[in-house]
Write a protein that binds this ligand. Structure first.
Ligand code: KG4
Ligand code: ZN
Length: 385
């Protein structure tokens, strides 16, 4: 694949680098910005090698994470500090609080990840740094990107900006690098609901997305309405196990049409039902809601996999931790004779190992970022096929 300027990082600055220095297409933290502002420190990687050790940094939302990954696939260390307790009392992520918490947490999280990987504050053994530069909360993204640039300069190693959505796609490959192509990935998180055909790493075709709420957002909003706390996905998943999924007939939007999703009507239906029947059993409501979401996700992902002739169906993103979704995807794939890949829960939710893996791949297919790299809260996964 030959991504255009900036590759998938639409909206980011041009990351081209002089040819012939290290990685294919040239490498180098070559001070391509104003040389008076950035001392010209040349940091090149000799040859793209599976052994390269990448430090990943993730601060796009409410998880402060750092990880060290070898050769794009071996997790040497991974530390995730969740801010759930900080935001729980507000029923959702408060952007200003998240940004400030990243500032406080990033240094200790990095120290822990480096130490666990046998490294230290001087970055011993680290060949490159990968950092999420979008999409996400602008103040939170800035914390990670500023840190990555500072470490890149201090350690004299290249850094690369990574699209958080692409990182989620790479999470699957961390646990199972030989999944076979093409794949269909259902990426369902708090901010995104995407069905993506992946014909090879870096070759994506967007099949569909949500027209309103993301799947995780629907879980969070319904949980908040039901008084189940934050984050809502795990809370609903837990209580739904005790309820009757057929107690309420909630809508399944666009079930048999196309690949787009809509969850806002379902959320309204839950609210209206509970207001009309204040005595409704919360477990029954949660179970019926979960079933409605999962029915739609599985039906579309399965149809997409059949339409593109996928060898396997993968889940990614926080909602991929949902127990009913996991069970139903496995069942559907077994029936359809294709592989099902369900990353471990730790890799479904936000983490820096997936950022390091995606960054490792990006370094080898486009080279590192320039120090002028900005953040893009609305960065999209740009189709490349
Ligand atoms: O990928 P992620 O950690 O962060 C984002 O990039 O958004 O996803 C977080 C989302 C939240 O909306 C959370 O409620 C949802 O994933 N989630 C779940 C479950 N665990 C986390 N949703 C449904 N069932 C779960 N078990
Ligand atoms: Zn995420």
């Amino acid at each position: 694949m030959a991504p255009g300027p900036g590759g998938l990082l639409a909206g980011s600055t041009d990351r081209t680098s002089p040819a012939g220095e290290g990685w294919p297409g040239g490498v180098g933290l070559t001070g391509q910005g104003d040389p008076r502002r950035y001392p010209r420190r040349v940091a090149t990687l000799p040859v793209p090698s599976p052994a390269h050790r990448v430090l990943g940094i993730e601060t796009s939302c409410d998880e402060t994470a750092a990880a060290v990954v070898d050769g794009g696939s071996v997790i040497v260390s991974s530390v995730v500090s969740s801010q759930i307790d900080l935001h729980a009392r507000y029923g959702g992520v408060v952007p200003e609080l998240a940004g400030r918490a990243h500032v406080e947490l990033l240094t200790p999280v990095l120290a822990e990840a480096l130490e666990a990987a046998g490294s230290d504050a001087s970055g011993t053994g680290i060949d490159a740094i990968a950092v999420t530069c979008g999409p996400g909360l602008i103040g939170s993204l800035l914390v990670g990107v500023a840190e990555a640039k500072a470490l890149s300069l201090a350690w004299g190693v290249p850094f690369v900006g990574v699209n958080h959505l692409e990182a989620h796609l790479f999470a699957s490959l961390l646990e199972q690098p030989d999944l076979g192509w093409p794949l269909v990935v259902l990426l369902v998180s708090g901010g995104h609901t995407l069905l993506v055909e992946v014909s090879a790493p870096g070759r994506y075709r967007l099949l569909g997305g949500t027209v309103d709420d993301a799947a995780g957002e629907a879980f969070d909003k319904v949980a908040r309405f039901l008084g189940l706390g934050y984050p809502g996905g795990p809370a609903i998943d837990a209580i739904a196990g005790e309820g009757d999924p057929e107690a309420f007939a909630f809508p399944r939007a666009f079930l048999d049409e196309g690949y787009d999703f809509s969850f806002s009507g379902l959320k309204t239906a839950v609210v209206t039902t509970v207001r009309r029947q204040p005595g409704a059993d919360t477990a029954d409501v949660a179970a019926s809601f979960r079933r409605a979401v999962v029915d739609v996700l599985v039906a579309k992902a399965r149809r997409a996999a059949a339409d593109v002739g996928a060898r396997a169906l993968c889940l990614a993103g926080g909602v991929a931790a949902n127990s009913l979704l996991r069970a139903r995807v496995e069942e559907a794939c077994a029936e359809d004779g294709i592989g099902a890949f369900l990353p471990s829960r730790a890799l479904c939710t936000d983490n820096a190992a997936m950022v390091a893996a995606a960054g490792w791949w990006r370094l080898g297919h486009g080279g590192p970022s320039d120090l002028s790299l900005g953040v893009d809260p609305n960065l999209r996964l740009v189709p490349t096929v």
